[in-house]
Design a protein around this ligand. Sequence first.
Ligand SMILES: Cc1cc2nc3c(=O)[nH]c(=O)nc-3n(C[C@H](O)[C@H](O)[C@H](O)COP(=O)(O)OP(=O)(O)OC[C@H]3O[C@@H](n4cnc5c(N)ncnc54)[C@H](O)[C@@H]3O)c2cc1C
Length: 370
Amino acid sequence: MSHALVVGAGVAGLATAWGLVKRGWTVTVLEKGEIPNPTAASCDHHRLTRWHYGDHIGYAARMGLAFEAWDRLWHDLGVCHYVETGVFAVSTEEGDWADTSCRAMDKLGLPHERISAADAVARFPNLNPDLAARFVSYTPTGGALMANRILEGLRDWLAAKGAEIRTGTEVAELDAEAGAVITASGERLTADTVVIAAGVGAPALGFPGAPDLVPTTSTIVYVEPPEDLADAWQDAPSWVDFGGFDDLWGIAPVEGLPPKLGLGRLSVPGDPETGRVATEERVQEIIAAYRGMFRDIDRFTVRSAQTNFYTTAPENRFVLRRAGKAVLLSADSGHGFKFGALSGYEAAEAMDEPGRFDIIAERMAGHFAG
Ligand SMILES: Cc1cc2nc3c(=O)[nH]c(=O)nc-3n(C[C@H](O)[C@H](O)[C@H](O)COP(=O)(O)OP(=O)(O)OC[C@H]3O[C@@H](n4cnc5c(N)ncnc54)[C@H](O)[C@@H]3O)c2cc1C
């Protein structure tokens, strides 16, 4: 029976461990913090999943597989951690993100609606009645993946299946040729394969031939609408763009959580050791970016805010590489949670069937041949 050491218990590492256990591997997970680790990119109440993908058509083409992989995970966990809200994207100019997303979905035959601005405002009363839009694109599927509950569910499933889960175990060094790691406390561990799924912790481990993996900051804000707008937000969809270059995305209220606002424009390279404070200035900048998008955004109350880090790879693609007895998985670039179950499942497939490794890695990188 093959044995894997999986370094990192974010969604990528835990889902890879899930895929390997299903294939009969013995797995040891090494995580420097707890699970979920508050500094992991995967850690929050939820993450958005949606079909819109701009001109990254290769990822749009893989979304159906991503949903199927989550379904396989819900089956194994015996519980579903996905809340469907529907998702919209606003187009303000020809060729913008919503427009290219629609063209990609048309090409792929994915179901979506184009709604006029007037109809969208009537249908989604949380929107600004004067919303500037050429059209609004809507998919009834997509919504919130309950991230922390998914990590906890995977952790518990793995433990129940006999995987060893070692929290508080930081890996300090990788020896890819030998299939070995040395922990911060000096312990040397070996396996048939070592999987590096350490998020922003990966570059420090010096994986041979790794591409540039850049820690990138991202702040989100949970906001409460005023009481008189509560009805307008009930059953509201999540959103993934409002046109222009701001990259406004967010998650509608689900399971008692208030709306979550994101602003991709502020996602820039940063230092995960020192840059984790969600400053008041940044929070206010995010809220200001939503003026004209949602009704009366200035009357909303900030409930909480977080600054976290993800790992950006070249062209925002996912990376699956091998060197000696080690495998690097960085399926992130700020859009990796929605693919978490699929990325882990496919990474396990690539390790278990090494003759297919390169083709699986190419597929995961979202290259589109269709
Ligand atoms: C604010 C924010 C919002 C996002 N929103 C979305 C979204 O809406 N939809 C979406 O699809 N994606 C989203 N993403 C991206 C998504 O969260 C990431 O792509 C995904 O969670 C990456 O998972 P991972 O397992 O690769 O990394 P991580 O979750 O960071 O996991 C890495 C783990 O490795 C551990 N580790 C690190 N170094 C070591 C070491 N040396 N030894 C042992 N353990 C180590 C860490 O503690 C951590 O637990 C968002 C990211 C952020 C930060």
